[in-house]
Design a protein around this ligand. Structure first.
Ligand SMILES: Cc1ncc(COP(=O)(O)O)c(C=O)c1O
Length: 420
């Protein structure tokens, strides 16, 4: 078996030179080996607690045994299936998704990645409204596909020499309803696309009534409201969808990440009748080879079964409380460095007093055996994202390690340089 160092040397040639360089600058050569539940090991056998969960891909932990069994059983029964035809597995998944979504939702269109599903939702909105402009947040990340990239923070689109077209995209500040209404007044807007809690900006919380006002204003000007729930969906916020938690009902909910069970890439656009208008006119207009992949539907249906259980939701609520009280305690001990705690269920952002404090804390946490990531668009913040099934003992262990890491990060921050 190759060493981590050998894997990194090869990866610099075969995989992604700059990514390898950046990880080196952050001080590590982490290659993930064995993994299970809330933990993974590196190739030398050092154990880490996963507090990043790949943004919710591992919402049910690593290699969840029930999801794995469903995948294995499914592989004995079916394969990818054929996207042209209906199937019982597709219907079952769609029925389960609709059952946990707002009553107004009627149809589900499944794809494989979050960005791909955001692209699809934008197309559906343009068909439904016969308008083209998309309003989104200037601090959002919606994925790396074309329309999703253009809707997110423009830095990435600019990097790829595809600056958002001002005729098609308007980026507005978060929590600024006045800016939203001004942008809608041209009556040319197909959709207002909102990441319910902007993850890459470190989960800043909305002002009271924000999402409800977004819904109201979008509809007032004939636009659809799309909620990007790729990170915030799947029971992570305290509700199935975070927009529900904030009392808003979108026309489309886009989810991904956790729907995969950590095993089989799956994303979905859940939509109401109006948003699904294209399906009444030409159902073949949008095709994708892996739309409604049968094996993926089996895996995702199992994920939804686990999410529906009282024990899962009780565990999430227990984690929410343990982290809420533990973080409050730590903030009191590290008041100069840990200046703000953002929390909605098990979605958390820890804001530090220093512009690169999130990066320093990420490095310090890694020294203390916890993997979590800074927020890329605001590197003063550390994203803090446990899986729903983490045990209480593990959560308490994370808090103990965070206590030590906060002390270390407060001095490390004087020497860190931005990695990108
Ligand atoms: C909020 C949000 N939307 C969309 C995406 C894109 O999802 P994917 O990486 O599966 O394309 C991401 C990915 O991190 C995300 O965080």
């Amino acid at each position: 078996m190759k060493s981590a160092h050998e894997i990194y040397e090869e990866a610099a040639k075969l995989w992604n030179p700059d990514r390898v360089k950046t990880i080196h600058e952050l001080g590590g050569e982490l290659v993930i080996g064995e993994r299970s539940g809330s933990y993974f090991k590196d190739l030398s056998g050092h154990r880490f607690i996963n507090m990043h969960s790949n943004g919710g891909v591992f919402n049910l932990g690593h290699r969840n045994p029930e999801v794995r069994a469903a995948l294995q059983h499914g592989a004995d029964l079916v394969d990818a299936g054929n996207h042209y035809f209906p199937s019982e597995y597709k219907n079952t998944l769609n029925e389960k998704l609709l059952a946990v979504s707002p009553e107004s939702m009627r149809y589900v269109f499944t794809l494989n990645g979050g960005g791909e599903a955001i692209d699809a939702a934008i197309k559906f909105a343009r068909f439904a409204t016969k308008k083209r402009r998309i309003i989104s947040l200037d601090i959002a990340f919606h994925g790396s596909t074309g329309l999703a990239m253009a809707a997110g923070n423009p830095t990435i689109a600019n990097f790829f020499n595809m600056p958002p077209d001002p005729e098609l995209n308007t980026h507005i500040p978060y929590n600024d309803l006045n800016a939203l209404e001004i942008a809608l007044q041209g009556n040319d807007v197909a959709a207002v696309l909102i990441e319910t809690l902007p993850a890459t900006a470190g989960f800043p919380m909305p002002i009271d009534g924000y999402h409800q006002a977004v819904e109201y204003l979008a509809h007032k000007y004939g636009a659809l409201y799309i909620a990007d729930e790729v990170q915030t969906g799947m029971q992570r916020s305290g509700s199935m969808w975070a927009c529900e938690h904030f009392g808003a009902t979108p026309d489309m909910i886009v989810c991904g990440k956790g729907l995969s069970g950590g095993y089989y890439p799956m994303s979905a656009v859940i939509m109401n009748e109006r948003a699904a208008a294209w399906m009444q006119q030409d159902g073949f207009a949008y095709t994708s080879s892996f739309n409604g992949t049968e094996l993926g539907c089996i895996v995702a249906a199992k994920v939804l079964d686990i999410l529906a259980r009282k024990t899962t939701l009780d565990n999430r609520d227990m984690l929410t409380d343990v982290f809420a009280s533990g973080l409050r305690r730590l903030q009191a001990r590290h008041a100069d460095f840990l200046v703000e705690i953002r929390q909605c269920g098990v979605i958390m952002g820890l804001k530090t007093a220093h512009p690169l404090g999130g990066q320093a804390l990420m490095q310090a946490m890694l020294h203390h055996g916890v993997w979590c990531m800074m927020a890329d668009f605001d590197q003063s913040v550390l994203q803090f994202k446990p899986n729903l099934l983490m045990t209480k003992a593990c959560a308490e262990d994370v808090l103990k390690r965070l206590d030590a890491a906060l002390t270390e990060a407060a001095s490390l921050v004087k020497t860190v340089a931005a990695v990108h």
